[in-house]
Design a protein around this ligand. Structure first.
Ligand SMILES: Nc1ncnc2c1ncn2[C@@H]1O[C@H](COP(=O)(O)OP(=O)(O)OP(=O)(O)O)[C@@H](O)[C@H]1O
Ligand SMILES: [Mg+2]
Length: 422
């Protein structure tokens, strides 16, 4: 597909599952791009905006793209990141450092994140999914590990399929497998350069978050069968054949990621406000506050802006905070800071930083925020034992000590907010 031609953007309708052409993207001068909702979409009476922050449904208007060298944020969300980009570069001989648009055009619609697809025809294709099934999980894991290590294919047909469908984001090797009951799972294997069994840590953290009463994506751990373990994570942007619209926190916060590290825009309270503007209920903002605290306690300081998202709920007809994903305790040290601000200008893991902007998460006042925090710290502490069953003695001890340390920092008496109100 030539870059100067229009790129049609398709959407799988949240209500009927039918594919429609939602708009067209056009590149302008270098660094410029325009998106316009399609006349056919407007004429059909459809009005879902594909990104509530950056591409509101404004019929007839050419909407510009201020980031990603002229690619709109939500279209960038539908592109692969480091892992998939490297595969696409190899496969198509693409230059490193090319514009993000090249990955949108080369990545396959088969496995994109969310409910968007792109193509050169004004008419939408029937963008099918084509993922290996669960019985092939060990083959997939083995092939991903070989790919990551730049070793030749073990099973050329599996490799070809993985390369063809590498559209989902993230830096680690991954692939989607289809499970029973129309479920789709992201499979993330251990790799040789990992300082620890990362899939196991990720699984334990996801179990721990859920045991603490937070909404964490379901995971299943696969111990190493052919040398490498893996975690599989239930995809929240798929239910059987239906794809659900998604937007990353990077897009909501208008912060390019990866790229310029605009950490002034990386903020939990700002994200909470974006959730409100997107129409999510107050419980989602409080859930986000809870995840911020959980990340601080478990030591997940890889909580960057592509590790949070919203997903469109067709039944409720509104955007909701997506389940927590990619929560991994730092395997090397106990962090003192998170990547996103806990309150205005503050990245430090302290009770003060947690409570200072609590009102922006929708709490009615200081007493409610304090009560929620104190109760959550108890729930996180109580949830540890179950999750720790997955870990060996040494890791259990590391995380137990971390838990005690971080909880003591975040506990009552450690903040001026306890006395002054939030
Ligand atoms: N459970 C899920 N359902 C739907 N999409 C998901 C899920 N988990 C992750 N994703 C999407 O896939 C991307 C990559 O996944 P993930 O963050 O787990 O991978 P990673 O390679 O470990 O990421 P990173 O680059 O942050 O280390 C996410 O940014 C998100 O867009
Ligand atoms: Mg990630």
């Amino acid at each position: 597909m030539s870059i100067s031609k229009p790129v049609y953007v398709y959407l799988q309708r949240p209500d009927s599952g039918e594919w429609v052409t939602v708009g067209r993207y056009k590149a302008g001068r270098p660094g410029e791009g325009f998106f316009k909702y399609a006349p056919s979409y407007i004429d059909a009476g459809l009005a879902w905006g594909i990104d509530p922050r950056n591409l509101p449904f404004l019929p007839g208007t050419d909407l510009t793209a201020p980031r990603y060298q002229g690619l709109h944020d939500v279209l960038r969300d539908a592109c692969p990141d480091a892992w998939g980009q490297a595969l696409l570069r190899q496969e198509h001989n693409l230059p490193e450092g090319g514009p993000p648009l090249q990955y949108l055009l080369k990545a396959s619609n088969l496995d994109r994140w969310g409910a968007l697809a792109v193509g050169s025809s004004p008419k939408p294709p029937d963008a099918k999914m084509n993922n290996p099934g669960l019985p092939q999980l060990n083959d997939v894991v083995e092939e991903l590990v070989a790919l990551a290590a730049r070793r030749p294919a073990i099973r050329p047909n599996v490799r070809a399929r993985l390369v063809r469908t590498a559209s989902v984001g993230g830096a680690r090797p991954k692939a989607t497998v289809r499970g029973e009951l129309g479920q789709f799972w992201l499979v993330k294997p251990e790799i040789a350069t990992d300082p620890a069994n990362i899939p196991l840590l990720e699984h334990a953290a996801q179990q721990w978050g859920a045991a603490s009463g937070l909404n964490f994506a379901k995971t299943v751990y696969h111990p190493a069968e052919r040398g490498w373990s893996a975690v599989r994570v239930l995809r929240f942007d798929r239910t059987d054949r239906q794809r659900h619209m998604c937007v990353s926190a990077a897009s909501l916060l208008q912060a390019e990621y990866p790229g310029l590290l605009q950490t002034d825009r990386w903020s939990y309270p700002r994200l909470a406000e974006e959730l409100r503007l997107a129409g999510a209920p107050v419980e989602d903002r409080i859930e986000l506050f809870g995840r911020m605290v959980f990340n601080a306690v478990c030591g997940n300081d890889d909580d960057h802006v592509r590790n949070h998202a919203i997903v469109y709920d067709a039944d409720e007809r509104r955007w909701r905070l997506a389940p927590a994903f990619d929560v991994v305790p730092n395997p090397v040290e106990t962090p003192m800071r998170l990547q996103m601000q806990l309150s205005q200008g503050r990245f430090d893991i302290t009770r003060d930083a947690v409570l200072t902007d609590a009102h922006r998460f929708g709490f009615t006042g200081a007493p409610e925020a304090i009560a929620y925090l104190d109760d959550l710290l108890k729930r996180i502490t109580a949830g540890f034992d179950g999750a720790a069953q997955w870990l060996d003695h040494d890791w259990k001890q590391v995380l137990q000590e971390r838990l005690s340390h971080q909880v003591s920092i975040l506990s009552r008496g450690q903040s001026t907010n306890d006395r002054q109100g939030v």
